[in-house]
Design a protein around this ligand. Structure first.
Ligand code: 9UX
Length: 72
């Protein structure tokens, strides 16, 4: 099965930041698709929840240099 997670991402200031975060999320095992909105500062990620958890998404964003408080 698949589900969609949405969570805020802090620290993005331009379109390249958005692409960096999308790429970082897209490389995580179990992520089907990731799209990030600069204006709302939110990531929407389609995942296989049996493979990937919120902490995996959070650490991927943080490794890319951006901030996540918590992934629901
Ligand atoms: Mo844009 Mo983001 O020049 O770290 S890539 S600000």
């Amino acid at each position: 099965g698949r589900s969609t997670v949405e969570f805020p991402v802090a620290g993005m200031t331009c379109a390249s930041c958005v692409r960096r975060v999308e790429k970082a999320l897209g490389r995580v095992d179990g992520v089907e698709e990731a799209s990030v909105n600069l204006a709302t500062e939110k990531a929407r990620v389609s995942v296989d929840p049996s493979v990937v958890g919120g902490e995996d998404l959070k650490s991927a964003v943080e490794r890319a240099g951006y901030g996540v408080r918590e992934v629901p």
